[in-house]
Write a protein that binds this ligand. Structure first.
Ligand code: GH3
Ligand code: MG
Ligand code: MG
Ligand code: MG
Length: 302
């Protein structure tokens, strides 16, 4: 399968010896963005900062050895799924077995033939690329490129469990484009699709925290999930989002309530009780949305 690469994939090379780092960098830098690290601390810092697609890890290093470093990588949420290949002078099967059992994707012994190392790394990068593509296909909405409903429901369950543990409030809002059927009927389905893309982008670009989530729930309906956010903060954010969309001033001459594209939003905030159901939050938000529609649209009801 030929997968188009929009940007170069990133490889992190970790070795305490400068000459070893250089050999690998020389082999790889034509095809990949190369990041270098010379000890465990730099590996963790740079892996978290740059999110490389692959890590090439030496084993014999002062301070922390490669076996210890891979354990740290696998234990950290941000780096746990980055594949690691050991490249080591340790050439016994016991060392190789230990490396693979600790979660390495491959084990290459030094000295190595450059073309073979390059070919193996290319194969791994191809797999990384295919996995990302599959993850996107599973999690993203094809029209708007934001999270889809499946991905949202997974995030909701995770955040709900977190909220049950923390006792902090969790907020959710359903957002629905007003009089969108009239828009489609008069401006065409393609025009409608463009509106959905712009609305999605506006919602995504105006969330405040990394933990805030937006997804396309279905049709012309979006959902925003705001962990650790109380009703006052959430309603205020939603009203800002509503105003941002109104200020796009996308003409909608056939809307009975405004000359422009507007959205209505309904929200709910809960403290997640032990035995409670995450989807009660969706239901409550839906009820609020119904009220926002009935009370004239282009408004937020909590
Ligand atoms: P309200 O203000 O009460 O929400 O009215 P509405 O017209 O927005 O609601 P209604 O549910 O009657 O119509 C929603 C429309 O959204 C109808 C449907 O064709 C359109 N729609 C749903 N998904 C898509 C899509 O992916 N692209 C386009 N262009 N339109 C879509
Ligand atoms: Mg070394
Ligand atoms: Mg709708
Ligand atoms: Mg609608």
């Amino acid at each position: 399968m030929n997968i188009a690469k929009a940007t170069k994939q990133k490889v992190l090379i970790a070795d305490d010896e400068r000459s070893n780092r250089k050999v690998l960098a020389d082999i790889l830098q034509a095809d990949y963005t190369v990041i270098l690290a010379k000890n465990g601390q730099q590996v963790m810092e740079r892996a978290i900062q740059h999110r490389p697609d692959l890590i090439l890890l030496d084993i014999i290093m002062p301070e922390q050895n490669g076996y210890e470093i891979i354990c740290d990588l696998k234990a950290h949420a941000v780096t746990s799924s980055i594949p690691v290949i050991f490249i080591s002078a340790l050439d016994s099967v016991d060392d190789e077995e230990k490396g693979l059992l600790l979660g390495a994707s491959d084990y290459i012994t030094k000295p190595f033939r450059h073309t073979l190392v390059k070919a193996r790394i290319d194969n791994h990068m191809q797999m990384v690329c295919q996995r990302k593509l599959l993850e996107d296909l599973v999690n993203l909405d094809g029209l708007t490129n934001i999270a889809n409903r499946r991905c949202f429901e997974e995030a909701l369950l995770t955040e709900w469990q977190r909220a049950q543990r923390s006792g902090l409030p969790i907020s959710l809002a359903m957002i629905d484009v007003d009089h969108f059927k009239q828009y489609n009927d008069n401006y065409g389905h393609g025009g409608g699709d463009s509106v959905l893309r712009i609305v999605a982008k506006t919602l995504r670009n105006n969330l405040n925290r990394p933990s805030d989530n937006v997804a396309r729930y279905g049709g012309e309906e979006f959902v925003v999930l705001l962990p650790d956010t109380d009703q006052t903060g959430a309603a205020q954010l939603l009203n800002e989002l509503r105003a941002k969309i109104e200020k796009l001033v996308i003409p909608h001459a056939f809307s009975p309530t405004s000359q422009y594209i507007t959205v209505s939003a309904g929200g709910a905030t809960l403290i997640a009780e032990r035995e409670s159901d995450a989807f009660s939050l969706v239901e409550l938000a839906d009820n609020s949305l119904y009220k926002a529609k009935n009370q004239g649209r282009n408004q937020v009801i909590w």
